[in-house]
Design a protein around this ligand. Sequence first.
Ligand code: FMN
Length: 388
Amino acid sequence: MRDIHSIDDLRRRAKRRLPAMVYDFIEGGALDELTLRRNREALEAQLLPQRVLVDTSQRHATASILGTRLDLPLVVSPMGLLTVCHPDADVAIARAAATAGSVFTHSPWSGCSLEEVTDAAPGRVWAQIAFWNDASETERHIDRAAALGIDTLVVAGDVAVSSKRDRDLRHGTGMPPNPPLRDVIDTALHPGWVLRWLLGRRITWGSYRIDGRPIRMGEMDAWMDRNSNQAATWGDVARLRSRWKGNLVIKGVMTQADARLAVEHGADGVFVSNHGGRQFDGQLATIEALPSVVDAVDGRAAVIMDGGIRRGSDIAKALSLGADVVAAGRPFALGLAAGAQPGVEKAFELLRDELLTVMGFLGVVRIDGLPDSLCASHDAREGIEVAP
Ligand SMILES: Cc1cc2nc3c(=O)[nH]c(=O)nc-3n(C[C@H](O)[C@H](O)[C@H](O)COP(=O)(O)O)c2cc1C
């Protein structure tokens, strides 16, 4: 990891190591990728105010969210199918997150089971749940999370429909995949990946079973056709709230209306997310939606935001605009592909060090001292309070 200096370096290394169809599955977005790009562009357009001559010798970035103390205000977004990056997949990311004093969010579509990741990182795992057609399948998942001592459930709010992803269609990426000859050749030209895949864990969903074993890739589309539920509503959230005693977070909240509904239905947290631009193309960047969601929540729930976080300064920007913590997906998936658990640890280290550096420039020593009023056309004449 000595020649890795940024998340983008991890991305470049991952790109070299992965077949193109796998790399594009991770990096790509829906349709024209407008929202994917907008997440980054809108973050880049935000400007932070430099302050000088402040004693910042004792900076730390500790935070807390929903009763969990974090060494940095960053958690791992839920991501399915990461066994395509590396067989250790979710277990490696969960361990790296625990080492970094963060939290790993397990996805219902994760290759490793909920039990495996809680074993690997006790007390450092949140569980995502989806509302399936068969409500008892969802209830079993909730009860498993409770039995494993997990304290926070994240509802997959934005998966009722799935978007086309043109890159995936071109590669024939599906479940099962149907790649054109050029992708078969490209994959063969990545023998390291092929070997890891052959020797390691196959691409499965670790948390669901067919005939007592994890669901295999060739069975996934059919399972989703049977189980995905386009009729889920806030009524399901209300039923979940009465069954689940722990923290409840709704992921995919991009509007004030949904933020209010989440709070009214007893959510402890709202997760501002557009799925990293992988679902609904042509909507706002998350950093653009964040301030109005924060406004609507009005301190009644924690606010988490993901989408496009690639630098420590991005974390500072999101926190300045009202997020309690941020989350990230691809930086950790790319770290995993670039270098297994040490690659994910590197992603955490880079983002933490960059955040601490930017805090020095901002003249703050704690994250609650970050400026609370920055905008794309920040007016430097306005004084911004500096932490004492
Ligand atoms: C490979 C991959 C798989 C994902 N799977 C899920 C998932 O299972 N559930 C979910 O809510 N979001 C999923 N997401 C979206 C992430 O949770 C997160 O919202 C997004 O990655 C944030 O944007 P970023 O990658 O720019 O950090 C996935 C993202 C990626 C890259």
